[in-house]
Design a protein around this ligand. Sequence first.
Ligand code: NAP
Ligand code: GLV
Ligand code: GLV
Length: 324
Amino acid sequence: MSETTMPPKIFVTRSIPETGLDLLHERLDVAVYETDRQISKPELIDRVQGMDGLLCLLSDPIDAEVIAAGSQLRCISTYAVGYNNIDLDAATSRGIAITNTPGVLTEATADIAFALMISAARRIVESDAWLRRGNFEGWAPKLFLGHDLTGKTLGIIGAGRIGQALARKAAAAFNMRVLYHNRSRDNTFEAEQNAVYTDLDTLLRDADVVSLHVPLSQETHHMIDARAFETMRPHAILINTARGPVVDERAMIDALRTNRIFAAGLDVYEEEPAVPDELIALPNAILLPHIGSASIETRNKMAEMAARNLIDVLEGREPPHRVI
Ligand code: NAP
Ligand code: GLV
Ligand code: GLV
């Protein structure tokens, strides 16, 4: 092989499933971060130098500094659908393609939102922990009373792929009425799910369960703030599988502590992976470690898609899923 036909060089910030790594190894010169932990920013800056492509995680800060260090980069392929960790302006100004993994994780993530919704409504995690502490002394009329979901109203904020999948599951399982709020209306969704479009305040005022599915952006940062919690119903449940900073976490802790709302089911946090002690102490919060897409089947498909995206861009083809 001559110098000019050497395969493009890529860096993978953490080992991903073999379905993706095998594809990468067939076509590219692959280096994978050797330890199974979050790479630090200085290490990232060091390792991205001289690379044609980067395969990163949603927890890697791909800011202007990292992008500048990767002066040879032609593609950044993120192993996620959300790409709020990547500085798109810095990438655009250097002509770097950004790709992501939409669609393949839709059902898995909606399933986690659905699980959080039932678990919060029926206090499943809290009562399991209570039994394990040796407290169960027999059936009791008022033991761990929660709320029914059947016939209740689900408010979806950000009814895109995942939000609509949750709406479909909730309508089928619990005959829930669906309200939604996006920047624009979706006539097909309205026709297929009997979904009703509302402004944000109406949704917050009328929903029994509010579930967040917007991407994190300047517009959606702290979309759910102290005022939003004042607007919600006292028995309302908040589900967040989107991104932590969409919710003002301090305001949420206050609302949960004072029973201003009934419960929260969370997969994401404002300063991930940090979770405030005050939140950990609250019995009416369910706290998952960002496992929305964490099924074996889904992670395999994401790995394959992230690999194909990177290979296609580096070999001069249009990739399956390009953000910019
Ligand atoms: P999507 O199909 O793009 O849906 C996003 C929805 O949000 C769209 O319907 C969009 O509609 C709406 N939206 C965007 N900006 C808005 C705004 N300012 N105000 C109101 N609505 C707004 O994305 P998806 O595939 O469903 O994924 C959604 C997000 O879920 C991802 O960005 C990611 O952060 C998160 N996620 C988390 C996990 C996890 O593990 N917990 C897994 C996968 C994804 P309009 O454009 O009409 O506003
Ligand atoms: C997970 O949070 C994703 O954005 O894919
Ligand atoms: C509960 O177990 C019942 O039989 O009602």
